[in-house]
Design a protein around this ligand. Sequence first.
Ligand code: FRU
Length: 484
Amino acid sequence: MDKLSKANSYKEENHVSKDELPMFHVTPPCGWMNDPNGFSVYQGKVHLFYQFHPYSEIWGPMHWGHCETEDFIRWTELPVALAPDQSYDDAGCFSGSGIETEKGHLLVYTGVIEKEEDGEKKTYQNQCLAWGDGEQYRKYEQNPVITGEMLPEHFSREHFRDPKIWKEEDGYYMVAGNKTDQGKPQVLLFFSKDSMEWQYVSVLASDQDDTLGSMWECPDFFCLDGSYILLTSPQDLCADQEFHNGNNSVYYMGVYDRAQHNFHYQDVHSLDDGLDFYASQTMLASDGRRILIGWMQSWDSNIRPADQKWACMMTIPRELQLKQGRLLQNPVRELENYHKNEVVYKGKRISGMRQLAGIEGRILDMTIEIQSGDYREFTIAFAQNEKYQTSFTIRRDKNQIEIDRTYSGMVRDAISIRRVNARTTLKTCKIRMIMDKYSAEIFLNDGEQVFSNTFYTPMEADAISFYCDGTVIADIVKYDISMS
Ligand code: FRU
């Protein structure tokens, strides 16, 4: 049997029951998933592909899993789109993107090969194409279309991946992650008139101050509300006031010199301050919204129960906006169509430890808006019972925020606490929390700062409690999310 059919029949036979999976977050049907890929519209529907290894719950030779949606919330699973079955991609079909073209749905991805050279194993990464009808995809006969040979001297052929394609008036553009032989991370720009024949254009951006890690994975470049934004996921960052150690996802704001095809950034910020977020990718929805989705997982912390037959999930898709030079991220508005059982508290006074009737559950959308109060610390504890809890704490005196999943049921000593500075003063604040069984995505002050976190706490732990060391007066609105 060929590799694609094998992957498809394996996933059918080993499909995890839907009740075990999160309700509205994309997960693999079985096995392992990482980066979102090919997030794009084709024939009116939104398609999402992902890095997929069906055969085990750890990373392995990469396939592209596939699903589609009409509203970013209810996803339909589709056949595996790509398998590592050609001489130019047999070590993996790595990350890439998608776009609607006259010839069908075009996917661009990184074909990885490994060769034995002078007794050493060498890896090469090249860019490849596949076309499809939204369900079946065929790789291009002339793959790979961009190889390391087309790059300037001293640019890595081994670290050259994750193409993101878009169209402009004169043709197609593509960015891909790369680094120099001296280890400087950079994003390369390519151009094609017809989407098949490509040429190298420029180094679009590189690490200007030599502070941003070793390799920039998963670049994305787009214009939002009149400003150019670059996204990358740098590896091997060293923690500072803005970033945490290891793999981060960041956005850069700056000036794009179109003539030189060079983007000079003035600002770099973290995209998400939670424990689990990486490799994000955006798409332009048919109504003009720029939507971002990320992998809700960290490469450095594996906290899933050993017997769980699926690994990793995506974030909820988020609408992006620019406000006063900062990126705002908010859950897609379509989530509101699935709100059920509204519970409202107006001007509720909370002091000490408090639970509120109707405020509980593991699949919900809850907003707490602090109106006033005299306090230093305010905590929301969730996925909670006598044994377990995960918490989100605002420390107003230090202007800091802390997530703590130490007691979420982990049996590994992986990262469980993250403490970050709040971007704006926490004098008043609005906390929106989206929970879907094993994750909580927290949007602070209408998306000024986001915290994405997973925890694999047994489902019976579904209490929510509040703690305040002084007093807060808050409005609380909570909905269950229901797909039935
Ligand atoms: C990012 C990444 C990509 C690569 C893919 C492989 O998480 O390392 O750079 O294409 O994962 O699965």
